[in-house]
Write a protein that binds this ligand. Structure first.
Ligand code: ADP
Ligand code: MG
Length: 395
């Protein structure tokens, strides 16, 4: 069923970009035609409103979960939730392909929490590409499991391993982590995956891009052979397909993708030829509608420098990138989420998968390395039914 996506891999040179980077000839993004960065949000053609087949109350799940769902303010399932939750509840392996911002987290958390309530001995592993995403999923889990005896631990790099080792000695229904740190914990023999019979691979496409394929395979080889596997990705490629073929058993594939990019994101370019990029940015940021802006830069160093420059120019800005320690990243992210700063400057890796409410604009200060990166970047805005705007600086 997912076969039809295979074609797309070639259409924008869907090679994992990290491999390209190591191989020397780094893709600078200059081969992505500018027209791909322009895509006016469709306003006149109001897309037929999605009518879910189920309401949350129809799902065969524990009433306590339903109560927490309603307390969160979700009135009805999103398309991916509507279509995939029944299959997960039935125990089928699933592949969920959906644009970013469409509620994939709850699509796996809701049925898996139910699985734990049915069997409190259940141990579930959630593998994600980045630390921030792991922490975000854990906090989402906590809101859904409020008042239940369900325990979790977050095992990510950049945070003290000693505490994770201690936490792993206690009972945990959910272990949420990044591949590198999970592997480390397995090798130190503090994480035994043998009793784990459920795994979620979230943002699997990203994990492949980031070169985690060997770690993912190692992790799965340590789990129970009769495994329940849930696989989520925003994009399909030959590599993704290969992984599915190798690790999932007769999966039900649910794809609710509508084009590469969300219709709720208005996309345009900003020409900077003959001007100083920073001045163009400065002018843009002065306009009041740019109230919560995520800016992407190519390198950690460039991102740090840009955020400092903006701060010197009087903007409330901070940054997240791999050279910053975990606490500093969390602090910057927290300030941005709470609207204490207007601008967050980030690298692709640091901002991957983050769900930050109400980002009004994504600015690609540096052109993304691949179209895939572009799609992920602009997916940080226009989320949860809101409109967003993406601006890409081109020379
Ligand atoms: P994805 O993983 O697909 O990128 P997320 O799971 O991060 O998307 O969800 C995006 C946003 O939508 C989050 O803020 C989440 O709380 C919200 N959301 C998810 N499901 C629903 C729902 N059924 N109703 C309303 N909001 C929802
Ligand atoms: Mg997600």
């Amino acid at each position: 069923m997912y076969r039809k996506f295979a074609r797309r891999a070639g259409s924008f040179g869907g090679r994992p970009r990290f491999r390209g980077a190591r191989g020397g000839g780094r893709n600078t993004g200059s081969d992505i035609h500018y027209s791909k960065f322009i895509n006016k949000a469709v306003i006149t053609e109001e897309v037929a409103k999605f009518v879910p087949e189920h309401l949350f109350k129809d799902f065969n799940i524990d009433d306590r979960i339903k109560a927490n769902i309603f307390a969160k303010g979700y009135s009805e399932p999103t398309p991916i939730q509507d279509k995939i939750i029944p299959h997960v509840l039935r125990g089928s392996d699933v592949v969920g392909i959906a644009n970013t911002g469409t509620g994939k987290t709850a699509a796996f958390l809701i049925p898996l929490i139910n699985k734990v309530l049915l069997n409190p001995k259940e141990e579930i592993l959630v593998v994600v590409p980045t630390r921030e995403l792991a922490q975000q999923i854990e906090s989402e889990l906590k809101t859904f499991t409020e008042g239940m005896k369900i325990y979790s631990v977050c095992c990510v790099g950049g945070a003290p391993i000693g505490k994770q080792i201690r936490d792993l000695r206690y009972w945990n229904n959910f272990v949420i982590g990044t591949p590198g740190r999970l592997k480390d914990l397995i090798e130190r023999r503090v994480l035994n995956l043998a009793p784990f019979s459920t795994i979620v691979l979230d943002e699997a496409d990203r994990m492949l891009d980031m070169g985690f394929v060997a770690d993912m395979k190692l992790i799965m080889s340590k789990m129970s052979k009769t495994r329940h596997t849930l696989f989520f990705s925003a994009t399909m490629s030959r590599e993704v397909e290969q992984l599915i073929k190798e690790f999932l058993k007769e999966p039900v594939t649910v794809s609710v993708k509508t084009g590469d990019t969300s219709k709720s994101v208005d996309q345009d370019i900003v020409r900077t030829a003959g001007k100083e990029k920073i001045d163009v940015l400065h002018d843009l940021l002065n306009s009041p509608e740019l109230s919560k802006v995520l800016i992407f830069g190519k390198t950690k160093h460039g991102v740090e420098r840009l955020s400092r420059t903006l701060a010197e120019r009087g903007f409330k800005a901070d940054s997240i990138h791999g050279d910053k320690n975990q606490n500093a990243r969390q602090r910057a992210l927290g300030k941005f989420k709470k609207d204490e700063i207007q601008i967050l400057v980030a690298t692709d890796v640091a901002a991957r998968g983050l769900d930050i409410p109400d980002v009004t604009h994504v600015i690609n200060y540096d052109i993304p390395a691949t179209y895939d990166d572009y799609v992920h970047r602009i997916g940080r805005t226009g989320r949860g039914g809101k409109k967003g705007k993406a601006l890409t600086f081109v020379g």
